[in-house]
Design a protein around this ligand. Structure first.
Ligand SMILES: [Zn+2]
Length: 126
């Protein structure tokens, strides 16, 4: 079963060190803020660690932007209780252990796989 992660566990994951710099496997992922997963990227290079989707949690579509950021901001807070983080899974690069969040945006006629690097300094427990 997919492991449900709380904020402390997410912080632990985010703080765990990467094992090498200039990783070729994930170099094409430049995603300080949310970006669409590059179409040529092989998602098999990412290993699933757990999820922020909590089974019995109340549904929440609100975003958390106390400082005037928006969903696309590279410095937007990562608040596990808020959208889209509460729809996200947590991954690491199988090669260098860089951490990422991913979720799927469901538009009317499209799916968009999105990815954001998991930077511990933006994680907030609100
Ligand atoms: Zn990597």
């Amino acid at each position: 079963m997919l492991k449900e992660l709380n904020t402390n566990q997410l912080l632990d994951i985010a703080h765990s060190p990467i094992t090498k710099n200039d990783c070729e496997q994930c170099a094409s992922l430049s995603c300080q803020g949310w970006e669409s997963l590059p179409s040529g990227f092989d998602a098999e290079k990412l290993r699933l660690l757990g999820t922020l989707r909590i089974e019995r949690a109340e549904e929440c579509w609100d975003e958390h932007h106390p400082n005037g950021t928006n969903q696309w901001s590279s410095d937007a807070p990562i608040s596990p209780k808020h959208y889209p983080y509460n729809r996200s899974d947590v991954f690491e690069c199988a090669s260098c252990k860089r951490k990422f969040l991913r979720y799927t945006e469901y538009g009317g006629y499209y799916l968009d796989e999105r990815i954001r690097e998991l930077n511990p300094k933006f994680i907030t427990n609100i």
